[in-house]
Design a binder for this molecule. Structure first.
Ligand SMILES: C[S@@+](CC[C@H](N)C(=O)[O-])C[C@H]1O[C@@H](n2cnc3c(N)ncnc32)[C@H](O)[C@@H]1O
Length: 247
């Protein structure tokens, strides 16, 4: 991999960002995964007592963040995103939590921000539908940095798009997905969004980005997570966690 695979990209800008939540009408499994991430975090037994320090990668419009706030009222949550148009919406939706000091929203890309955190300083890192957007090299480094910043016993939970390991099955599924985009966005009379989501899907599906489940679990294990567990999988949607073991 060359250096170009270790950079952050700005993928959510313009109409795709401003009307991101329209995607939920077409793919209700996406907000459903946000709920699963929130429930996982709510049920997680922290190894040590005291306030939790939690980081979310990829705030988006704040859907998953709202579940995190709901399930962990005692946590201090920092949530980052490198898309100003997405973060602006989250700021509006979650203004109450920001005002109460429960939530800090940060405009940054994931890797640059993680690199600033001290080693073993976070209890939990959560994310939804963000990590699959990363370039392969960048994603691997993000896994390594998450592992570094977590306290021993801390957990990384990711609800995301994990491509099927059977590439032909995955192709068929993606073709159905594209047909769905045409059907739904044209019915909404939104050819602009159709174009943007199809272009976005090309990015997700490219060899430079595609996040297949088994290689992603292996890359997390290589970064030091043990165990790495897939808790749920339905089509391309999976909930995965990795624990930073005690030394
Ligand atoms: C598909 S949205 C998901 C948003 C949210 N997590 C949710 O569950 O609704 C992905 C988000 O990740 C952000 N993102 C993508 N690459 C990023 C990076 N390298 N660093 C930080 N944020 C990133 C995008 O700007 C976008 O808001």
């Amino acid at each position: 991999m060359n250096q170009a695979h270790y950079v952050a990209e700005l993928l959510f800008d313009g109409p795709i960002a401003e009307e991101y939540n329209l995607l939920h009408r077409i793919a209700p499994e996406i907000p459903d995964m946000s709920r699963r991430v929130g429930e996982f975090v709510g049920a997680w037994a922290a190894p040590a007592a005291g306030n939790l320090e939690l980081l979310e990668l990829g705030t988006g419009t704040g859907v998953t963040t709202a579940y995190l706030l709901h399930h962990r009222p005692e946590a201090r949550i920092t949530s980052l995103d490198n898309g100003p148009a997405m973060l602006e919406q989250a700021g509006r939706h979650l203004a109450g939590a920001v005002a109460q000091g429960r939530l800090r929203l940060v405009e940054s890309d994931a890797l640059s921000y993680l690199a600033q955190w001290p080693t073993a300083s976070l209890d939990l890192v959560a994310s939804a539908y963000t990590v699959h957007n990363f370039l392969q090299g960048y994603r691997g480094r993000v896994f390594e940095e998450i592992h570094r910043v977590l306290k021993p016993g801390g957990v990384f939970v990711n609800g995301d798009r994990y491509a099927l390991d059977d590439s032909l099955q995955h192709l068929r599924r993606t073709q159905d997905e594209v047909r769905g985009y045409f059907r739904e966005f044209l019915a909404m009379d939104r050819p602009d969004l159709l174009e943007q989501w199809v272009v976005h899907l090309f990015s997700d599906e490219s060899q430079d980005h595609i996040m297949r489940l088994e290689p992603a679990l292996a890359r997390m294990a290589e970064a030091g997570f043990q165990p790495v567990t897939c808790h749920y999988r339905e089509g391309v949607n999976a909930l995965v966690s990795g624990v930073k073991p005690w030394p």
